[in-house]
Design a protein around this ligand. Structure first.
Ligand code: ATP
Length: 212
């Protein structure tokens, strides 16, 4: 069945990697089918939402049978381009950036940081977690043309200028770990992860909305 990707709502699309990871584990353990209730408990998304999400993929669970794990997996693999390696660059090899280079999505076979950039001469030329650190001024010269995604772990003040350079070098998606709100062309997508804001929000919720 051919699915029109543009019809999948963004909220649903964001949940795909979550479903994918869980289904991969299920398949590895030899399970062939799964109910929306089981999925719901595992990924912490309510089962009505799961049923609605899956209906966009043409996956209609049968009552008393559930969903076919392998059908869903092969669909997700195609949709998430898991058959292809997604190459990523990282800018800012500080504490957080270095941690990402060591981690390098080792549990996910299909996403890999392939090069890193910084401006600190002491870091240029180093290999961290098998990834070479280049000078940012060489970005356009050395970047692999297949790379479309960048992770940004630089100080806030440097973020906008680097985002402009990344866009000029053909980057289409930025995972922004700086607190800066980035100005980019409409065709470029920015996902913003501010760890301290997330942590503060969690602490606030615990304090003010906790049941006990
Ligand atoms: P460190 O302990 O190495 O300073 P940090 O995470 O505390 O790490 P930050 O000041 O947040 O340090 O800087 C993160 C990284 O971003 C550093 O490696 C720094 O050299 C780099 N950096 C700073 N300015 C730029 C820039 N304009 N372009 C690219 N990288 C930059």
């Amino acid at each position: 069945m051919k699915i029109d990707q543009t019809k999948i709502p963004q909220a649903t699309a964001k949940r795909l990697p979550l479903y994918y990871r869980f289904l991969e584990n299920l398949s590895a353990s030899g399970k062939q089918r799964v109910s929306s209730t089981e999925l719901s408990e595992a990924v912490k998304v309510d089962s009505a939402t799961i049923r609605r999400d899956f209906s966009y993929f043409g996956a209609l669970g049968k009552k008393g049978y559930g969903y076919n794990v392998n059908y869903l997996l092969s669909f997700f693999r195609k949709t998430l381009d898991q058959d292809e390696l997604t190459k990523v660059v990282l800018v800012g090899v500080g504490n957080l950036g270095t941690a990402f280079l060591h981690y390098n999505f080792s549990k996910n076979n299909n996403t890999r940081i392939v090069m890193a950039f910084d401006v600190d001469e002491q870091k240029i030329g180093q290999e961290i977690g098998e990834v070479t650190v280049h000078h940012l001024s060489d970005l356009e010269k050395v970047i692999d043309p297949e790379v479309t995604v960048a992770i940004l772990t630089v100080p806030q003040v440097a973020a906008q200028k680097i985002a402009d350079q990344l866009v000029a070098a053909g980057i289409q998606g930025i995972l922004n770990f700086t607190p800066a709100r980035l100005d980019v062309p409409e065709s470029v997508r920015v996902h913003h992860i501010d760890l301290s804001v997330e942590l503060q929000a969690l602490v606030y919720f615990l304090k003010h909305y906790s049941e006990s």
